[in-house]
Design a protein around this ligand. Sequence first.
Ligand SMILES: *Cc1c(COP(=O)(O)O)cnc(C)c1O
Length: 377
Amino acid sequence: MKFNTKSVHSGREPCPATGAITTPIWQTSTFVFDDYGKPKEHDYTRTSNPTRKALEDALAELEGGNAGFAFSSGMAAITTIIHILKAGDHVIVCDDCYGGTYRLFSEIMTRFGLEFTFLRLDDEEKIQDAIKPNTMLIWTETPSNPLLNITDLEMISKIAREQDILTVTDNTFSSPYFLKPVDFGIDLVMHSTTKYLNGHCDVIGGAVITTTDELKEKVHFQLNGLGTGEAPFDAWLILRGIKTLPLRMEKHAANAIAVAEYLQDHPKVNEVFYPGLPSHKGHEIAKKQMNGFGGVVSFKLKGDIRSFLNGLELFSLAESLGGADSLVEHAATMSHASMGEEGRKNAGITDDLIRLSIGLEDAEDLIADIGKGLSGA
Ligand SMILES: *Cc1c(COP(=O)(O)O)cnc(C)c1O
């Protein structure tokens, strides 16, 4: 089946009891057993639930994994993956990861004896040098947030496989429509489904897709033990969003390249970050491993940040991304505030950096709005 078809059908059968074409919201905490010692397919919603299962099966099919798991947030998904490890293990993490990932790893998980090296994953030798005998995991995010750096996933998985190191890709920015990390040998794919997979800014959720039976069991054991699974209603919203994922991603990307090209030539803009631009330093790798470049565009503003932000009408000042509504944010004080000054400096996230989540409006209207903001900046 092709991707568009999978988006509509995978994980979803008409309800056998009623014929409902849309997966019902199985809003129940517990399920009645057939008999002593004989649960039905599901027994307790923390462990599993039919609505969540439909979403999980859809995620697995879309990413090309052997199983999917849905979580109450992207951070819950990340928390669950990291609990596969144990005290004393070492993790190599891209230095330009999501701010919340950086905070969880550097400020919380270090208290439980895990060790992290934050590193730009753009050079094989540098990565080899960072690997220690206790390195168990390499954490990648591509395109990264907010600079849209591209990591060569084939290079990462080759290094990792040779040394029995697990690999994870946070695939939130591309969604499986534009990038399938599993095709490049990545072991675990993770999403904040809050963003493109849901696509409507009306739910928080996360996902993990596994590639082996061993990982499937480990992730489910942690999900159940930690209690990080997604609620049925939230899972239902994400399933609904997935039906239109290809259409939305095409429009996000078409609008984003138009905006990026406009910004590139604007005198009030110092530098534009969008992997679809030939001037972007990850463009060649992006072209090789992605089917499209996504809907996030960042740029360095030559002018007053507040005046620019206040001059916008269509772009709302808000964190998050991936919804129908266009959003604008200031990385240093918003999405990446949790990274701290030191972390931001290392990752190259400067105070003049603006991130746009390009929505589904008309590109001409979006460009006119940005033009208005820039003229006042
Ligand atoms: C938003 C986001 C997360 C965290 O997800 P939540 O759903 O907010 O918990 C992780 N990674 C990336 C790339 C994100 O954009």
